[in-house]
Design a protein around this ligand. Structure first.
Ligand code: FE2
Length: 292
């Protein structure tokens, strides 16, 4: 396949679910145009910035500037599966440890349980329309596992190199699917998603897991290269939803433009699949995963 990725109108959720399913199985990725209204996206953006504005970045920096920095970073990350946590851009600080930009432009992402803990993101994530999108790509018993606001701020938003999400959210059998909503318009200039259509049928390359003694590690499963020359951009308008398989290789370039590229992502798994304890994302006691 060359050129554009399979693209449907959100009306197809009701009218052409079989067409969406067939395209998703073939390409490993489909785009649903107009999934969320501009107003809904504006509300998500407003809420994301409220969360950012309430985040105590100085306290955060104190934790991360101690001698146990690596341990603190690990704990912050590993506990975020059941929290609303903030992760800074790699280039957020200058050489003297001062923020180069304002807070809203310094944060890379917020995660990973917004879909259960924040009322605005929860309402959007557990909506009937999201459930219809999940069912359209084959879920019978979806569980909402992970959510992130990815800010990808102007000028410092970092590159994400080619990877598969099942590396990070692994079930047996594999069942992870990503739902990526454009809150801002995403183009090649501000770092839209890019996919290698059809390559979700290739092997899972790596597994990211908790180590027994603490921390995390990558296990190499396959050295099959990605067919990078077949990569296709997935530009998205405000409110478009990109749905992609857990093995679909994807990446996004850095945002060196002066335009924001905020997105909201949700990852689902099949409730009947086994969710190994070695997955980095574990929910705290008393906070089970939920469906719709
Ligand atoms: Fe990803």
């Amino acid at each position: 396949m060359t050129g554009a990725l399979p693209t449907f109108s959100v009306a197809s959720l009701d009218e052409d679910a079989a067409g969406i399913r067939a395209a998703f199985d073939e390409a490993g990725v489909v785009i649903l145009k107009g999934f969320a209204t501009r107003e809904a996206c504006a509300a998500l953006k407003t809420r994301a910035f409220e969360l950012v504005d309430g985040f105590d970045i100085d306290a955060h920096r104190t934790v991360f500037s101690t001698t146990t920095q690596a341990h603190a970073a690990d704990a912050h990350f590993l506990n975020s599966g059941g929290a609303i946590s903030f992760f800074l851009e790699e280039e957020a600080y200058d050489a003297n440890g001062n923020l180069k930009h304002g807070k809203r432009q310094s944060i890379n992402k917020i995660g990973h349980a917004l879909h259960d803990l924040d009322p605005v993101f929860s309402a959007f994530s557990h909506s009937r329309k999201m459930e219809a999108a999940a069912r359209a790509v084959g879920f019978d018993a979806p569980l909402l596992l992970q959510s992130m606001v990815i800010l990808k701020p102007p000028s410092i938003g970092g590159e994400v190199t080619c990877h598969q999400d099942s590396t990070f959210l692994y079930t047996e059998p594999e069942s992870c699917v990503g739902f990526w909503l454009a809150i801002d318009e995403a183009t090649l200039e501000n770092g839209c998603m890019e996919f290698i259509p059809g390559e979700h049928r290739g092997p899972l390359r790596r597994l990211f897991r908790r180590k027994d003694g603490g921390g995390t590690e990558f296990i190499e499963l396959s050295d099959a290269p990605y067919t990078e020359e077949r990569r296709v951009a997935a530009p998205a308008g405000v409110g478009d939803l990109v749905i992609f398989a857990g093995r679909a290789p994807h990446m996004s370039r850095a945002n060196r433009s002066d335009r924001p590229r905020m997105a909201y992502t949700l990852h689902m798994i099949d409730a009947r699949a086994r969710y190994p304890a070695f997955n980095w994302l574990q929910r705290p006691e008393g906070m089970p995963l939920r469906g719709f």
